[in-house]
Design a protein around this ligand. Structure first.
Ligand code: ARG
Ligand code: ZN
Length: 851
């Protein structure tokens, strides 16, 4: 069944108070719920409580055993006569058999919950929708030896001993919240404790809870939490509001983390770090996710969503907030490059494929399928554009108004935009199309010159997407600047142009030299820009633009143009790229982390995204050929860059990170050159590394090569980290991403490895998810990659539909491939759709992908 945004109706019944009593046991947990319900408005509809696989043991109305109730499918229907009643229900659930990891489940001996979006109904009967806000009281009783720590939302109120070795604890959350923010955790856990004093002088006790062997890996997360709390006060004026803030790390988790009020639950990969097991990328991701979940306390919890169509209200805004936080902690330029690369790798393909949807969707079958790059990352770009259009001060006035007006309520995207308009005086009416129209806008920008005058002609179009054949023009904030091609000097200040029509023109007068166009600087709009710039123009900008993002972008475009030409005609002139890379690599004024980003070639799949029909082998060959030429032509430069940082000891600092980044990039080019000593160099880095960034970087380089040292490194890595699940994920992933021609066979074998399991989502994603985005291996013309992934997804769907359905999109890209591949991909999707007992998660993703 399809849920539609336009069908929204206020809830029939409100539930201002709920008391929950859990008798916790992995095999059989008894859940007693007491709801104070109030009729909302004048109607005679019964109380309908959502349930999912629950069987009522008892139902009481106002303390009396009820008889009139019935089941409507999974839901409990209770006819009521008055305007307010007390409802008591009791159910028994089995967390240890919950392989979906939604609701209450067991992970590594602990019990924990995940309720967003609709998991609370797997715990107890309740109106499980985000606009029903309740005050929660929670009591938990459990075996004290197995579950010495009992945590829930809010503040701890009381605890005590029970009979038979059991104990109990009570927690109260004073802030009304929707059911998706409910959480409890029971387990044998230890905490890394800290405290934070808020702006107004309130002391908050912080705890990062893990199993005791992991305690030493929690300092980075705790530090990031304190930085996040301070940042939200300084930048948004948002203070924390409870006496405690707890984070729990769990190994089995469907996504990154969850912002439950006062009790965030995290995938352990976004908490645990030490130099030997976590890469710099992991450290950064931990800080970003800790910040993200913390920031949800205001953008998500204090102001929540009216319905799930408004999901980007909290997610897009919160991603924008966490991106801004990360930018403030280190290099803003490198952070922007990383975020844009991520957007292009995940959101652009989504926006041009069968699963394209607006930032505020109109309908869904399964809401879990809408936790997408469009809702999160394009949603963040939409907020960023508002920030760009309004400027920081008016934007802040807008968020202040939004938080003040909607605190304690369930709001809409429209409420947010209206607050922005009211506080700033801006008119965002046409801008709202960013919420309703799917598809990545395309702009063509042509700069022509006649004497001292230049004319910039712009045209925009938004491509058709499923259900939206015709599009209206969007508001595109374009940051533009011109540089003199002779002197390299800026010829004007940066202009912010709001491009709102199908076409527009901008004229520049009194030019004394030939201008070069710098456009969409900082990636001011999340669009695709085509320009009439030559290879020489792009090389020039890659050396002279004063916006680091624009410099990076010019280099990427130059590389992309070269690679696309090479795929089309079998070869291309590599010299302009070689010269531009040399220029950047040897520019002593540049941040090494920036250099490392700028000199990386676009990925196979991003090259494929530029082409009408993706030819994975031709793309791979063109990219390898350019890599080899870069490696050989700049051999001395790569070696110099490598040797300059080779002996560095590990230090977690921007300088240390930059050095490690350039180190492995240089190693990769040395290997690409075919140098005889490359594998030995990589192996020496692998063995001698005092940190995971260097070790995994070397392993990645070896894994795509043919040296016998490859197998040696893979085996040594496995032995060294046996028993460390998060590092074994890297081991599986690195092999699944290998560009070797036997990767498909090897991945099939790895799926039989004793450490492989579909029951752990991180492990499933590390092998299956990584393989499915390895363009060359997955799209092997034999079709074995497609068959393998489909087999795995069918098996995974029986355990964990949410995680399985997230891995469908690579198969759904069939339209972008040749007829032979497309037919094989479709055949696998059809096989999935025909599977008996398929989840609605998979059904929605696979059927939409076939259309
Ligand atoms: N709200 C969480 C976060 O972004 C993610 C929840 C994902 N839920 C889902 N059903 N996919 O921080
Ligand atoms: Zn979020």
């Amino acid at each position: 069944t399809i849920t539609r945004r336009e069908d929204y109706r206020e809830p029939d019944w409100r539930v201002p108070e709920i008391a929950l009593d859990f008798d916790l046991d992995p095999a059989a947990t008894r859940v007693r719920a007491t709801l104070q319900v109030e009729r909302n408005g004048v109607h005679d509809r019964p109380l309908v409580l959502d349930g999912d696989a629950l069987v009522p043991v008892s139902v009481l109305v106002d303390g009396v055993e009820a008889t009139g109730w019935s089941m409507d499918g999974p839901n409990l229907v209770i006819p009521l006569t008055g305007s307010a009643h007390r409802i008591d229900t009791e159910v028994v659930i089995a967390p240890e058999r919950n392989t979906q990891l939604q609701g209450l489940y067991a992970s590594q001996g602990m019990l924990c919950t995940q309720c967003e979006a609709e998991g609370f109904r797997r715990i107890t009967f309740f109106p499980d929708r985000p606009d029903v806000l309740s005050r929660y009281k929670v009591r938990m009783t459990a075996d004290k030896a197995r579950f010495p720590v009992l945590l829930a939302n809010g503040d701890p109120i009381a605890q005590g001993e029970g009979a038979d070795g059991r104990h109990w604890a009570e927690w109260h959350d004073p802030f009304p919240k929707p059911s998706y923010l409910f959480a409890l955790v029971a387990g044998d856990l230890v905490a890394n404790r800290g405290s934070f004093t808020t702006l107004s002088g309130r002391t908050v006790e912080l705890g990062i809870w893990v199993r005791s062997p992991d305690l030493a890996k929690t300092d980075h997360a705790l530090h990031a939490l304190k930085l996040s709390m301070a940042w939200d006060e300084q930048v948004y004026g948002r203070e924390y509001d409870l006496d405690v803030f707890n984070i729990v790390a769990v190994d089995d988790f469907n996504f990154g983390a969850m912002e439950n009020k006062g009790l965030n639950v995290f995938n352990s990969r976004y908490i645990l770090a030490d130099p030997d097991t976590a890469t710099d990328y992991d450290y950064d991701a931990i800080a970003a996710v800790v910040a993200h979940e913390y920031f949800h306390n205001w953008s998500g919890n204090r102001v929540t969503c009216r319905d799930w169509f408004q999901l980007s209200l909290k997610e897009g805004f919160t991603v924008f907030r966490d991106q801004s936080f990360s930018a403030d902690q280190g290099s803003a330029a490198v952070k922007r490059i990383e975020d844009v690369r991520g957007l292009r790798a995940s959101q652009f393909p989504e926006d041009s494929g069968p699963l394209a949807h607006p930032v505020r969707p109109d309908e869904y079958i399964e809401i879990s399928n809408f936790y997408t790059a469009t809702i999160y990352n394009k949603g963040a770009e939409v907020i960023r554009m508002i920030h760009t259009i309004l400027g920081p001060d008016k934007f802040r006035a807008g968020t202040d108004l939004y938080f003040q007006r909607f605190d304690g309520t369930a709001a809409t995207c429209e409420d947010f935009v209206a607050s922005m308009e009211e506080a700033s005086g801006a008119d965002l009416s046409q801008f709202r199309r960013w919420y309703t129209q799917a598809g990545t806008p395309r702009v063509s920008a042509t700069l022509t010159q006649e004497g001292g005058r230049a004319r910039l002609s712009l045209r925009q179009s938004v491509p058709p997407t499923p259900g939206q054949p015709v599009k209206e023009p969007m508001v595109l904030p374009l940051k533009i600047k011109l540089f003199g091609s002779f002197t390299g000097r800026a010829m004007c200040d940066e202009q912010l142009m709001l491009f709102k029509d199908d076409a527009a023109e901008m004229v520049f007068e009194n030019l004394s030299e030939t201008p070069v166009l710098s456009i969409n600087r900082g990636f001011s709009a999340p669009i695709i820009v085509e320009t009439n710039r030559t290879a020489a123009d792009l090389a020039f900008l890659s050396a002279h633009d004063d916006d680091p993002f624009a410099r990076y972008e010019a280099m990427q475009q130059l590389m992309l143009d070269t690679l696309v030409a090479s795929v089309a005609s079998g070869s291309a002139d590599h010299q302009p790229v070689i010269d531009a890379v040399r220029n950047t690599l040897t520019d002593g004024a540049l941040d090494p982390a920036f250099i490392a980003e700028a000199v990386l070639l676009p990925s196979d799949s991003f090259i494929g995204d530029q082409m009408a029909v993706v030819d994975p082998e031709a793309i791979f060959r063109a990219r390898e050929s350019l890599r080899r030429d870069l490696g050989m032509a700049l051999n001395a430069e790569w070696r110099a860059a490598y040797d300059a940082v080779r002996a560095n000891r590990f230090e977690y600092s921007p300088t240390g990170k930059g050095a490690r980044r350039i180190k492995t990039v240089a190693l990769g080019y040395i290997a690409a050159s075919g140098a005889a000593d490359a594998a030995a160099l990589a192996y020496a880095q692998f063995e001698g590394a005092d940190n995971m960034t260097d070790r995994q970087g070397a392993l990645t380089t070896l894994a795509s090569g043919t040296s016998p040292l490859r197998e040696q490194a893979i085996e040594a890595f496995y032995q060294r980290y046996a028993g460390n699940g998060l590092v074994l994920d890297k081991w599986f992933q690195t092999q699944a991403l290998s560009s070797r021609d036997d990767t498909a066979q090897r991945v099939e074998a790895l799926a039989q490895h004793r450490d492989f399991t579909l029951a752990n989502p991180n492990r499933a994603r590390a092998l299956i998810g990584a393989f499915a985005v390895n363009q060359r291996a997955f799209h092997d013309i034999s079709g074995r990659g497609y068959r393998f992934v489909a087999d795995q997804l069918i098996a995974l769907d029986r355990l964990n539909p949410q995680t399985a359905a997230k891995l469908i999109p690579p198969l759904g890209r069939w339209k972008r491939f040749d007829a032979a591949r497309a037919a094989r991909m479709r055949a696998e999707l059809e096989r999935i759709v025909a599977t008996p007992g398929l989840s609605k998660d998979m059904f929605e993703q696979a059927t939409k992908s076939l259309d």
